[in-house]
Design a protein around this ligand. Structure first.
Ligand SMILES: C[S@@+](CC[C@H](N)C(=O)[O-])C[C@H]1O[C@@H](n2cnc3c(N)ncnc32)[C@H](O)[C@@H]1O
Length: 228
């Protein structure tokens, strides 16, 4: 398909409380469910951690943190003191989400930070995940981000938009679900900035890692790297 093209996303420039931002985040919830991302992250958590939660896991570009937080709660109803870092330069995690996680024994740290700064500080992490986040960066920034992530944890996984005609067809259908204009714009530019082939593996440091990268679900692209 076409080469990757990066266009700034409207949601990134809106104050988290703006009505357009709220509407677009609501659409994102619906889209994450519709595209199968929620289910995919739950399967991944079960596969990787069986019945014991990771001691510390971070979501990069977490936004309201809903996707990983909900899945952690369903998969591990008892967090047993494990730590979840929700990293975003404009986090908007609902108090209800925080309370529910804390009540279930999770220690939640909402980290308002740029990912590059945050990843530069060493902290013990079992895993890092990212949903609809890596496509924000051009290849140079992405190579830097992935290098930092590879030093920060032994396991990294990302679910991203797939750069394919089917994705653009899906975007054209968004008015049918009454998606907000911000969502429609951001969905189109996200597909154009998305990934295909082994583009993320090519940017991941080679030695000492096993990378899995593939088409996932109808519209998505999956990448997982595991330290050997
Ligand atoms: C498309 S939203 C995805 C939110 C969430 N992962 C989801 O699936 O609903 C991308 C998020 O990345 C955050 N973001 C963009 N660039 C960032 C950066 N350099 N550092 C930290 N967060 C960033 C934005 O604030 C936004 O919340």
């Amino acid at each position: 398909m076409i080469l990757r093209r990066l266009t700034p996303e409207l949601l990134d420039a809106l104050p988290p409380d703006a009505p357009e931002a709220r509407a677009s985040r609501r659409d994102l919830h619906a889209l994450n469910a519709l595209m199968g991302h929620r289910r995919a992250w739950r399967s991944w958590l079960r596969r990787e951690f069986a019945s014991t939660p990771p001691r510390a896991i971070a979501e990069l570009g977490a936004g309201d943190g809903a996707i990983v937080a909900e899945n952690l709660l369903t998969t591990f109803p008892d967090g047993n003191g494990a730590t979840l870092f929700l990293v975003d330069r404009a986090p908007c995690v609902a108090d209800g989400t925080l309370r529910t996680l804390q009540h279930a024994g999770w220690s939640v740290r909402v980290e308002k930070a740029d990912v590059f700064d945050w990843l530069s500080e060493p902290r013990p992490l079992d895993a890092i995940c990212a949903n609809l986040f890596l496509h924000h960066f051009d290849d140079t920034a992405l190579a830097r981000l992935l290098a930092l992530a590879s030093r920060a944890a032994p396991l990294f996984a990302a679910m991203e938009p797939r750069r394919a005609w089917l994705g653009l067809a899906g975007v054209a259908a968004l008015p049918l679900m009454d998606a907000h204009p911000v969502t429609r714009h951001d969905a189109r530019v996200s597909v154009e900035a998305g990934f295909c082939g082994r583009e993320l593996s090519a940017l991941w440091p080679r030695a000492g890692w096993i990378c899995e990268e593939r088409r996932a679900l109808p519209f998505s692209h999956w990448f997982c790297a595991r330290r050997t």
